[in-house]
Design a protein around this ligand. Structure first.
Ligand code: KIV
Ligand code: ZN
Length: 528
């Protein structure tokens, strides 16, 4: 049995299914490029049949991202399988189709209303169809952990015989506990005669907070692929946090049989931050490995111990996971070239128009704060609707607020549309309006609503300092419901939190107006 654990990242598929975490094409591309730098083995880039936006994203990732295998998810039906195969095709011999079909009694009786024999027939047909299109086919018996073990063994044998190269056992509803889940994997090794013809994988959800523990128990039982997401994002309580799985395997090799991964652990923190920004899901401060406090020792006894010998209180070297890798900051005197170099280092590739836009914002911020750090730059990028055919920019805003006045905001927006092909100047238009509100932030949002003719309901609002110091950029992340129940994320950054809020709101409105289709794509009702 191989010593290598294949790391399968589903941040862009299962992670993106988390309400309010939808990403547009550009955001997905940035995430995929970073996952490639992190050197995961497989990127599950999406569910191609779900929408044109999903298909395009998987297809573009398969075309442009080098290194990892690119997988597309498919239900066990011909249309899904064909769409997934077509989307991942540009990845060539790194293309994978991931087919799933539920196998537990409860799903068979109440969701699919099919007998076990029918399920095996459909699974075999689905795998064969996928194998006719790509060499690399993964099969997942959905709700595997709640499936009768004898039936699970039977379907596993059948799909391997039909050509599945990976069989993935999902704990779809996060019901498993480590000992029992490890036993289930052992059972499959003991009862499926052709089990060694495929890689055994696991995919654990975190409803009981056991996704990582269950994944690790499965590795001890022989699983050689682990699926999960960065920061553990995903539906409900999320998926196994890959950074935790990877660091547990690395920190306790004697427990896990000295298995290895190819993950470039120094890229972990950078990946976590990028994904937090792109998904709008903040990382809790005390989250293992990537939370702000993960390596912060506040007690005097701990600090003393660390100074004498790091290992007294630290089981991992923070540098090993990418903490403390921030480079020399830029200042308002830094030029365009220096800024572009930093952005490239951070994984952003901008065209000329986008560079100009971000450079303008960089200079504005540089005027207000002494140093512009990597995270500041990333925050500036995130609140711009880069790559969109038209954008709304905050040109001017003014608020009056206080204990004895009605808070009122005046906002002026610039509407930019794509430069016409004839090379004439980019058309722009400015629009201005004022509105009173419950507070300064509310008034600014209402003024934007009046200008753009939208009415958003603020469902979530977070503000946090991007970097330290009194002149720190405040980054606002908010989620807005525009009346259809879907939560749209907006991000904005500024040294002034009211301005950052206005920018974040404008970002969310722009996503609905301009890139809404990709950002709010809905999924079929029977998705996992
Ligand atoms: O949780 C689940 O069962 C899934 C499958 C598609 C693997 O996400
Ligand atoms: Zn899942």
């Amino acid at each position: 049995m191989s010593d290598k654990i294949i790391i399968f990242d589903t941040t862009l598929r299962d992670g993106e299914q988390c309400p309010g975490a939808s990403m547009n094409l550009r955001e997905k591309m940035e995430v995929a490029r970073q996952l490639a730098r992190l050197n995961v083995d497989v990127i599950e880039a999406g569910f191609p049949v779900i929408s044109d936006g999903d298909f395009r994203a998987v297809n573009q990732i398969a075309t442009e991202v080098r290194g990892p295998i690119i997988a597309g998810l498919a239900r066990c039906v011909p249309g899904d399988i064909d769409a997934a195969a077509a989307a991942v095709k540009p990845a060539g011999d790194r293309a994978r189709v991931h087919v799933f079909l539920a196998t537990s009694k409860i799903h068979l009786e109440h969701k699919l209303r099919k007998a076990q024999e029918e399920i095996i027939r459909l699974a075999v047909e689905g795998v064969r169809r996928a194998r006719a299109l790509v060499r690399d086919v993964e099969f997942s018996p959905e709700d595997g952990s709640r499936t009768v073990p004898e039936f699970l063994a039977e379907i596993t044998r059948a799909v391997i015989e039909a050509g599945a190269t990976t069989v993935n056992i999902p704990d779809t509803v996060g019901y498993a506990v480590p000992d029992q889940f490890g036993e289930l994997i052992r059972y499959l090794f003991d009862h499926v005669p052709n089990i060694h013809d495929a890689v055994v994988s696991v995919h654990c959800h975190n409803d009981l907070g056991l996704a990582v523990a269950n994944s690790l128990a499965a590795v001890r039982a022989g699983a050689r692929q682990v699926e999960g997401t960065i920061n553990g994002i995903g539906e409900r309580a999320g998926n196994a946090a890959l950074e935790e799985v990877v660091m547990a395997l690395r920190t306790r090799p004697e427990v896990f049989g000295h298995v290895t991964t190819d993950v470039n652990t120094r890229e972990i923190v950078k990946s976590s931050r990028l994904i937090s920004r792109m998904s709008g899901l903040l990382v809790p401060r005390s989250k293992a490995i990537v939370g702000e406090n993960a390596f912060a020792h506040s007690s005097g006894i701990h600090q003393d111990g660390i100074l004498k010998k790091r290992e007294t209180y630290e089981i991992m070297d923070p540098h090993e996971v990418g903490w403390g890798e921030t480079e020399l900051p830029l200042t308002k005197h830094s030029g365009r070239h220096a800024m572009v170099k930093r952005l490239e280092h951070l994984g952003y590739t901008l065209n000329q128009e986008e560079t100009e836009h971000v450079f303008r914002r960089f200079k504005e911020v540089g005027d207000r704060k002494k140093f512009v750090y990597d995270d500041d730059l990333a925050a500036l990028i995130e609140d711009s609707s880069l790559g969109a055919p038209e954008t709304y920019e905050l040109e001017y805003f003014h608020v009056t607020s206080g204990t004895t006045t009605v808070p009122t905001a005046t906002v002026r927006l610039r509407h930019n549309t794509l430069a016409p092909a004839d090379g004439k100047d980019t058309p722009t238009e400015t629009m201005q309006d004022s509105a009173p509100g419950n507070g300064a932030v509310d008034a600014a949002m209402k003024a934007i609503d009046r200008i753009l003719g939208h009415q958003g309901h603020l469902a979530e609002y977070h503000v946090q300092a991007v970097t330290g110091g009194k002149d720190a950029l405040g980054e606002v992340t908010l989620k807005v419901d525009f009346g259809d129940g879907k939560l749209i994320t907006g991000k904005g950054a500024s040294t002034d939190v009211i301005e950052a809020s206005a920018r974040a709101y404008l970002h969310a409105v722009s996503r609905v107006l301009v890139t809404g289709a990709a950002a709010v794509a809905s999924k079929p009702t029977d998705t996992p």
